[in-house]
Design a protein around this ligand. Structure first.
Ligand code: OAD
Length: 243
């Protein structure tokens, strides 16, 4: 890395499902990502929910059960340390698993929402958190008005929360370094953030055991698991900065 910690002020991180793989959360497009032969793209849509809310909720209930038993790994923890070190640090995640928060990260922008949050489909009240798994009744309903509840996540074809998108774009435009960790870089607008960072003059480093559409454009690639590469990169970067 040509920018040691001492000279780095502004760091942005984009994470995807791969950062949680070593915690035991299945990735979306990996072999273990299928549920009853459905792909994420078949279930994580408003159309699928309108057609069969119970089926979609059964999938989310299964994912909530899996995620609820998972703990943050060394990659999540390395990001917590980085946050306390850099003046300006933003962690943008596509993950809905809440593991960054559980690890202790505070400056987290959840681009695709959070699997523990529920929304009233009539919008009668603000979203609420419910960490119960399995949920006692599927599909769940709004405790105030009785309408169907939906998961507080962004589905394919839906707009991202405006504030989260703006904060992510601002971080991509302003950072000196962007780490892109464990994402297939296929889903936009999240996948555009590293491109914005590159166009704005930042160094971009990818951590992913597999090549992605982004790999050819970035400054450096670690073809390794996040829980191995991130803590090591962080130790090395700190050592350079302290020399
Ligand atoms: P994907 O499942 O598409 O990609 C996971 C990436 O993580 C792949 O590129 C893997 O090679 C990589 N990977 C696997 N194990 C890893 C490890 N131990 N360390 C580092 N990388 C590893 O997941 P996302 O890119 O997060 O959106 O998917 C993006 C979005 O598409 C998700 O947020 C979700 C999804 O469908 C919505 O639900 C809207």
């Amino acid at each position: 890395m040509s920018l040691p910690a001492g000279q780095l002020r502004s760091v942005a991180v984009l994470t995807g499902a791969g950062i949680s793989a070593e915690s035991g959360v299945p990735t979306f497009r990996g072999e273990d990502g299928l549920w009853r032969n459905y792909r994420a793209e078949d279930l994580a849509t408003p159309q699928a929910f309108r057609r069969d809310p119970e089926l979609v909720w059964q999938w989310y209930d299964w994912r909530r059960g899996l995620i609820g038993r998972c703990r943050p790994n060394a990659a999540h923890r390395a990001l917590v340390e980085m946050e306390s070190y850099f003046e300006d640090f933003v962690l943008v995640t596509q993950n809905v698993d809440g593991l960054h928060h559980l690890a202790g990260s505070r400056a987290v922008v959840e681009l695709h929402g959070n699997i523990w949050s529920l929304c009233c489909t009539r919008g009668c009240r603000p979203d609420w958190l419910d960490r119960t798994f399995p949920l006692p009744v599927l599909p769940p309903h709004c405790p105030d008005c009785g309408a169907l509840a939906r998961p507080g996540v962004v589905w394919f074809g839906e707009a991202l929360p405006q504030a989260a998108l703006e904060a992510s774009l601002a971080a991509a435009r302003c950072c000196q370094l962007m780490l892109v960790v464990g994402t297939s870089a296929l889903v936009h607008p999240a996948a555009s953030l590293p491109v914005v960072a590159l166009q704005s003059g930042a160094r971009v480093v990818e951590v992913n055991p597999q090549p992605t559409p982004l790999s050819g454009a970035v400054d450096q690639v670690f073809r390794e698991q996040a829980a191995v590469a991130l803590p090591r990169w962080w130790r090395d970067t700190l050592a350079q900065g302290n020399r």
